[in-house]
Every structure is written in C-alpha cells, then in structure tokens.
Design a protein around this ligand. Structure first.
Ligand SMILES: Nc1ncnc2c1ncn2[C@@H]1O[C@H](COP(=O)(O)OP(=O)(O)OP(=O)(O)O)[C@@H](O)[C@H]1O
Ligand SMILES: [Mg+2]
Length: 231
C-alpha cells in the first residue's frame, strides 16, 4: 500500500510508513500540544516534494503563524504553499474569490463549497484545516453537523488530497468516527514537567503502533520517539 510521510519520522514509524494518501485524518490535542506544528510538518513535507499544499487558518492569524513556524525553521512563504486566513476579523474581507469571511465562517456548507471551488482551479495534494472546532460551533444540531461533515469529506475525496483536520481534545467527537485516522497529542504533568505523549487511536486500512509514545517539541519542531515507552 502506498503511504506518504507526515514529515515527522518517528510518527511515520508508528504509522508503519506514513498516512494513506487521499484520505482525511484528525489530529487532536489540548492547547499548545503541537497540533499546528504537526500539521505544518505535514505540509512542509509536501512542499519539499514539489506538491501544492493548502493551509486554512480558522483561529491563528497568518502573520503570527508565520512567525511561530519560522522558529521551527518552517518558511511559509513558498509558491507551493497557499495560506488562507479565515480567522475572525472586525470588517468583511475576501477569503476566496467572492466569499467574505463572515459568510465563510458562519456556514459549514459555504466552507465546503468554497474549498471545492478552490480545488477545481488548483490541484492540492495536501490540505490542512486548523482547527475544525471553529466550524463545528457553527452547527448546533449534532445530526446536521454529522451530515455536513460527511458531505465535506465526500467533496474532499473527489480530489485525491490528503487532509488533516486539527481539533481540540474532547471525549467523544463525531469526526473521530468519520475520518480514516485519529492521532492524539496529550500533555500531562510529571514532577512539575510536561510529559508529552502521542497515540494513534485509529488508522483505517493499515496496521499501526497502538502504544502511546513520547514526543518533544524542539527548535526543529516535533520529534517522536517510536521505540520509547511512556512508562
Ligand atoms: N523551541 C521550542 N522548544 C520547546 N517548545 C516549543 C519551542 N517552540 C515552541 N514551543 C512550544 O510548542 C508549542 C507549539 O504548539 P502549537 O501552536 O503547534 O500547538 P497547538 O496544539 O496548535 O496549540 P493551539 O491549541 O493553541 O492552537 C507551544 O506550546 C510552544 O510553547
Ligand atoms: Mg494551533
């Protein structure tokens, strides 16, 4: 089976070679766990291979994202990386060609439609939506959200892109059931120090390392230790 690298060597080992392309995955974690950093490893790996990549920011504005990611050596100003800032602002402004932020953020369907329009004009092989939590809040009814999310996954599946949604950590997320894989980043305190653990909760179509493994955030980004145990 064909696999693609996540851009994090240790995680690729846990995934027995990497992600299955053309599918959607969820990266879950608490604040500061490293969701955005992990997602950026994935996109920069694509950029290094000459692939077109798309990042949609729903929470962290692009200027501060660029600054934060530069600290890890990720240079986001690259013609193969399209960054779309869909974070809330006071005034209306254009996100995609003719869709204004307010429209975009209030409706999941509009997001789906605008992304599918974008995918028709450019073939992206890697897409990150960071975080999905912002859009989930736009649909209160669980059944409606489930339907909208499934419809969104179907649209994405037509374009052969590998997609990562990031999400805040919660006990039961509908998305976990619908995506092809779930990667969790957890941080616990141990002797007053943060102990970080990464765990693959689900990975359809492949075997994987079911144990949680330690990871660190360094000045080169995320480093996973696939042979070490959390104990
Ligand atoms: N050189 C470094 N060494 C160790 N930790 C670092 C270094 N640089 C940044 N960090 C930490 O790495 C984390 C980066 O987190 P990132 O933004 O990827 O998390 P996130 O899960 O997306 O958070 P949020 O929920 O706020 O969006 C931050 O907690 C930051 O303090
Ligand atoms: Mg983030």
């Amino acid at each position: 089976m064909k696999k693609i690298s996540t851009g994090v060597e240790g995680l690729d080992k846990m995934l027995n070679g990497g992600l299955i392309p053309g599918r959607a995955y969820l990266v879950e974690g608490g604040p500061g766990a490293g969701k955005t950093t992990l997602a950026m490893h994935f996109l920069m790996e694509g950029v290094r291979n000459g692939e077109k990549c798309l990042y949609i920011a729903l929470e962290e504005p692009i200027p501060s994202l660029k600054e934060d990611m530069r600290a890890f050596g990720f240079e986001l100003d690259n013609p193969n990386l399209r960054l779309i800032d869909a974070t809330p602002v006071g005034e209306k402004r254009s996100v995609f060609a003719d869709i204004l932020y307010e429209d975009f953020a209030v409706s999941f369907e509009k997001l789906t439609r605008s992304i599918s329009e974008e995918l028709k004009t450019e073939s992206y092989s890697r897409i990150v939506i960071d975080p999905i939590t912002m859009l989930k809040l736009t649909i209160k009814d669980e059944l409606k959200y489930r339907r909208a999310f499934m419809a969104f996954l179907k649209v994405l599946a037509n374009y052969d892109a590998t997609v990562i949604f990031t999400s805040e950590l919660s006990e039961c997320d509908i998305e976990e059931y619908l995506v092809s894989g779930v990667i969790q980043l957890r941080v616990v305190e141990q002797n007053g120090k943060p102990l970080r653990g990464i765990k693959i909760r689900k990975f359809r179509g492949s075997s994987f390392d079911e144990e949680a493994r330690p990871y660190k955030i360094t000045d080169k980004g995320i480093v996973v230790y696939p042979r070490e145990s959390m104990l």
